[in-house]
Write a protein of this length. Structure first.
Length: 178
């Protein structure tokens, strides 16, 4: 049997339990776990906590790649924590761990993560992997970028956008099980 695959999930540290963005991430963790897919995240609160909770409560690994310069507690739902010392080390491990990537609601840190994965894929610095984002904000930002990428005659369509978390999870699951 092959080793279980990981979906690296990027998103905001702000949402709290009961809030829509938190519950969406929790649902994503549950859906991925139902197909025996592990999750990897930045390991702190908000979306990272929610996806880890959804995964670990349903029997799969929830790995958190934390950064020691933040004075913040790691998610209590992690099954494994990898502590890093620089942002670049953290980003490198998050990307290397992922067999697929999903970007949920977030701010500038999440935008950096989305951009870095996209750049790595676009420049063939990593092999092509399933890459998805969820929500209206990312759909607007990424459609503008796709136009620029097309103008530059680079590969378009590397990132898929979804309005519903169930559709997003189904795409990742289907892609990783193929």
């Amino acid at each position: 049997m092959s080793e279980k695959k990981f979906v690296t999930v990027f998103g905001s540290s702000i949402p709290r339990p009961g809030e829509p963005q938190y519950e969406t991430a929790y649902q994503l963790g549950r859906l991925l776990a139902s197909s025996n897919l592990n999750v990897c995240s930045g390991g702190f609160q908000g979306i990272m906590d929610a996806v880890s909770k959804g995964a670990s409560e349903n029997g799969v690994e929830a790995v958190g790649v934390t950064l020691d310069i933040y004075n913040v507690s790691a998610s209590k739902y992690l099954t494994k924590q990898i502590v890093t010392h620089t942002l670049f080390e953290r980003l490198k491990i998050l990307i290397e761990t992922g067999d697929a990537f999903v970007v949920l609601q977030g701010g500038t840190g999440t935008l950096v993560e989305l951009s870095l994965v996209w750049e790595y894929l676009n420049k063939n610095m990593i092999s092509e992997k399933p890459f998805a984002c969820h929500g209206t904000m990312w759909k607007q930002i990424t459609s503008l970028m796709e136009k620029q990428i097309e103008t530059e005659k680079r590969k378009t369509g590397l990132l898929k956008c979804f309005d519903e978390i169930e559709e997003c999870a189904a795409y990742l699951i289907r892609s990783l099980k193929a």
